[in-house]
Ligand binder design. Sequence first.
Ligand SMILES: C[S@@+](CC[C@H](N)C(=O)[O-])C[C@H]1O[C@@H](n2cnc3c(N)ncnc32)[C@H](O)[C@@H]1O
Length: 387
Amino acid sequence: MSGARHTILPEPSAPLAEGSAHLREALNKALPLRPKHRAALPGGIARLSNLLTVDRDQLPPDYMSRPEHLAAYLHWFLPWNVQRQGRLLEGLSLDLPAGARILDLGAGPFTFLVALWLARPELRERELRYLAVDRAEPALKAGRRLFQALAGDDAPWHVDTSRRLPRTGRADLLVAANYVNELEADRAGRQRGPDLDPAERTMADWERLLDPAGRLLVVEPGVRTAAARLVRLRAGALARGWRAIAPCPHQETCPVPGRHGGSWCHFAADAVGTPRWLAALGKSAKLPKERVSLSFLLMTRDGLTDGNPGQVRVVSDTFSLPDRKQGCYGCSDKGLVLLRSGLGGGAGGPVSGDLVRVRWPDLIERDPRSRALVVDYDVGSRRRRRP
Ligand SMILES: C[S@@+](CC[C@H](N)C(=O)[O-])C[C@H]1O[C@@H](n2cnc3c(N)ncnc32)[C@H](O)[C@@H]1O
């Protein structure tokens, strides 16, 4: 398996776009709303959005068991997370052979499974085993109904749920999407002895659940605090012998850790192909969305993985440089890189999430502002490599 295709958040494929357009019917089957509750949905979405972002300390731990919050999550946050996770699943060449076992921690209403079903239709005929773990039983029940409404009764995917983490396991893919921040909040309230650092402790817990050749996919929002959390998790994992597959093309220290106001590792793209019903709901909730963004980490304990050393992962949007040139920041085994494209670089230059090959310069030039290594990038080489 290779870590990444050319770009991380490609535009939604036809199956993902069509599936998202019809997701509303499946959601209505999974959690039918009375007219009164449907009318209250935009307000409920705005309230939950506030609790998940600005007033996080007031978020009740059982929010996913509360009808108002579950309805808001299911009808708004889940479809958007399906967009993000679905596009990521298209961007990562994450192979799941027949018989693969997926363990989804903090699964909620099966967001990841829905994204996988919609974005990777070639897997629909394979026998996959999926275990969703979440402390909120109502979310798991809604997820089961949602998946059934989408996939019908004959899908060969075996789905199970649990409110507790198994003690051990042999998962081939461990997923933790929008979960690590809640895990940390849980832990912060508990007394711990002076033992492992929190990231290493998390990895030690997760190692017990994963096949030695298995992979871990952690997805978080594209905001600085979340990305910084993933950088800590990555460091803890590397210390325990894990290897990064993506987005990092290397196993060195992260050059964009989001500390001291500096850049953080995240990926953003235009929210193209948003289903009309979702855009309309966003308008009513006064939460219009034009971009999708996320931070993520794909790692393995399979010691053979080396990432893509020598290549550069684009980790910023494009910006203008003097002399009508374009620039963007990239992550590499040589640290932070400023990729500088020549005239016309705006059209066809590298974009956020791309993994590109570069010709490393003989003479070292540093960007005075960021101290990044400046690398001239030939736009033609990207055009040729587009699939
Ligand atoms: C923000 S939701 C994410 C749901 C889904 N993974 C997604 O990406 O949309 C976080 C979920 O984690 C669950 N959760 C938080 N802490 C947990 C814990 N300690 N054990 C089990 N589930 C937990 C919550 O109930 C909630 O459903």
